[in-house]
Design a protein around this ligand. Sequence first.
Ligand code: 3HC
Length: 294
Amino acid sequence: MTEHPAGQTPQIRNIVVIGSGAMGRQIGMVAAVAGFSTTVQDVSEDAVRNAEQDMRTWLDGRVAKGRMDQPAADAAWANLEFTTGLEQAAATADLVVEAATERLDVKRSIFTRLDGLTPEHTILATNSSTYGSSAVADATNRPDRVCNMHFFNPALVMKCVEVVRHGQTSDATVDAVMAVAQAMGKEPVLLNKEIPGFVANRLMGAIRAEALELLDGGVASLEDIDTAAKTALGHPMGPFELMDLVGLDVTYLIRQAHYDETGDEAEKPQRLLEEKYRAGEFGRKTGKGWYSYD
Ligand code: 3HC
């Protein structure tokens, strides 16, 4: 990308995704399929190889299922690189999407590092659902080019991307990130101000809270609560199945962060959720959460 005059929407060609976990690898693949030259970076060689293998399997599966033709799969794969190195990819990045662990100290140090490694025009976005980007923007010298670009799990499937601007995010940054999300085949929604949980997780959190209360009160089994959500409300998954998909650790930590921020007892992680978290039963990723997985 060439430098853009102030106020103009920059053209994004090269995307770097930081973090190769469940979200990072799929965001990288979404970008590569959409034609962006994409690098997924992680600190661990094992994590990077695992993500690469998983995404290769996904791509082969698309072809085998007839959802994608071989040339399109080959083109996507050619667009995608997995690496532990950051410097080279950062030097030509137009947009970075940080999808690292949900720890603010880690994110802040990543943003400071990215600020030094990327060209001046590069937009630095965070996929965080816990932290508004103002929490990392002041770790850079470019707060106007920082925002949230929040994907949903599984990112290869879910259409929503929440673009959240903080007080200093420029219009050009918002326009560019919305345009990238659209080019990825997503339906981005724009939040004009930061609020804990953004929009979708706030809606989901209300349902989850009620589900946990119903279970804790012995009103119905978790299986039946899930069934009701699917058969009465038309949700693709029940709230307990969804927590297992997203991760009970992620769910717990988001809630804990809101509680820390607001001090509101109503925001405190629910007893049953806390028990699961303390037991290390995080859902699909650990083989056990509300349900057991092979
Ligand atoms: N990765 C990639 N693709 C996946 C996938 C995964 N983990 N799981 C399912 N898919 C694909 C399948 O390959 C299939 O694709 P195809 O139709 O093109 O062949 C398609 O999704 C449908 O899959 P299935 O037929 O196997 O199963 P379902 O119809 O039940 O769909 C689901 C699975 C898409 C996960 C659906 O159950 C769903 O939409 N669930 C709700 C997910 C949700 O609410 N996500 C938001 C979580 S909140 C979040 O992420 C925010 C964060 O901040 C916490």
